[in-house]
Design a protein around this ligand. Structure first.
Ligand SMILES: Cc1ncc(COP(=O)(O)O)c(C=O)c1O
Length: 379
């Protein structure tokens, strides 16, 4: 809703008047590959256990939930350790309603008026969006060729901006590219009075899992790693995100979190999913196969996919990305136009969905009546 659309009487904040709510277009199509969701429904065994748990907790819904979500945080710590992270205390883990709420809590505790945050575009636009809603100055940092970033470039831009918060998204949305932990370590060391936030929403999809920054958390005080159960666990609808950091960071977040922010049902669903982590994470391997297949087949089509460590692929080489996007919609396939010239982003789906996407795209760009690809990217 733009400025002119607000009713006169509505005392909406001046700095919000010309803003628009965040959200991808929601179209009713068969193949939805636009919001980086996990395409697999929860397995029956997990659904059954969730149903059982819901009847159990329903009896106590007159009571507030565990305000500190201690069982869930312990279970998240154990999960991360099982994935190769060093041992973590419950006090180093914090959970909220999706990693979006985690990011909002970080901004509320460490951002705000007279504070500055920087992130390196293109990246996840909720970082700048939440900066705005918390009245934190936001700086769009730059990337080098091929969306690359190195420690010197990050530190120089963060220093120039006097940034209190530095957002490094790895794997990055929408590029799919990731940062080596040596870069994160160098940035955190060079900027000791800034908080370095590594958004690892897609961490489980890394080709090399040792590239996660989780291994640094216990040795680097000014580092926060944010993660989610929305993607790898296929729990986007349950809204569970979490962060791992020094205990002092988690303590500071207590100053801004709402009491009882995480419902009993949310905590319970997350606990069930964590108990079934090995089963649920089998889908991560299937999705990674489809992601790698997309990269290979798009390359064979003469397009230019970015190497991806996430569950999606950003690809270029399109003369008219908006036209290809709408032609895909006509074929019942929804991908994301992220506003980068000549590029689109596609989420890796099931094998069947991915086949429909690839076949549709192939048919579109092979249509000789239109010039859909950049000739220089061919061959
Ligand atoms: C980089 C990144 N971070 C965070 C999120 C938010 O995820 P959620 O709030 O579902 O945990 C997303 C969602 O797409 C994302 O792409």
């Amino acid at each position: 809703m733009g400025e002119s659309n607000w009713p006169q009487w509505l005392p909406v904040r001046d700095d919000l008047r010309d803003q628009h709510p965040y959200g991808a277009p929601q179209l009713d199509v068969t193949v939805r590959l636009n919001t980086n969701e996990n395409p697999y429904a929860l397995p029956g065994a997990v659904v059954d256990e969730i149903q059982h748990e819901m009847s159990r907790i329903a009896i106590d819904l007159n009571r507030y939930p565990d305000r500190d979500a201690l069982e869930l945080r312990a279970s998240l710590a154990a999960y991360l350790t099982s994935q190769g992270a060093p041992a973590l205390t419950v006090g180093q883990v914090w959970a909220a309603n999706g990693s979006n709420e985690i990011i909002q809590q970080i901004f509320m505790a460490f951002g705000g008026r007279d504070r500055c945050a920087i992130g390196f575009v293109p990246s996840y636009s909720m970082h700048s969006n939440i900066a705005r809603s918390t009245q934190t100055t936001w700086i769009d940092g730059e990337r080098g060729p091929g969306f690359s970033l190195n420690a010197e470039f990050i530190v120089a831009q963060a220093t120039q901006a006097s940034a209190n918060l530095v957002f490094l998204t790895s794997p990055n949305n929408p590029t799919g590219t990731s940062l080596d932990p040596t870069i994160v370590l160098a940035v955190a060391t060079a900027l000791p009075s800034a908080l370095i936030v590594v958004d690892e929403a897609y961490g489980e999809f890394l080709r090399d899992r040792s590239k996660s920054a989780l291994g640094l958390v216990s040795q680097v005080k000014n580092l926060v790693v944010s993660r989610t159960m929305s993607k790898a666990f296929g729990l986007a609808g349950a809204r569970v995100g979490y962060l791992v950091a020094d205990e002092a960071v988690v303590d500071a977040i207590q100053l801004v979190r709402l009491p009882y922010h995480l419902g009993a049902h949310t905590q319970s669903i997350a606990l069930v999913a964590l108990r079934h982590a090995p089963l649920l994470l089998e889908n991560v391997e299937r999705i990674k196969e489809q992601r790698d297949r997309i990269v290979a087949e798009l390359t064979a089509m003469g397009l230019a996919p970015e190497p991806s460590d996430a569950n999606f692929v950003l690809f270029g080489g399109l003369a008219d990305a908006a036209k290809v996007w709408s032609d895909l919609v006509e074929r019942d396939v929804l991908v994301r136009d992220v506003g980068l010239a000549g590029m689109l982003r596609v989420t890796a789906g099931t094998q069947e969905e991915t086949t429909i996407f690839l076949d549709s795209l192939r048919a579109i760009i092979n249509d000789k009546s239109a010039n859909y690809t950049n000739s220089e990217s061919k061959g």
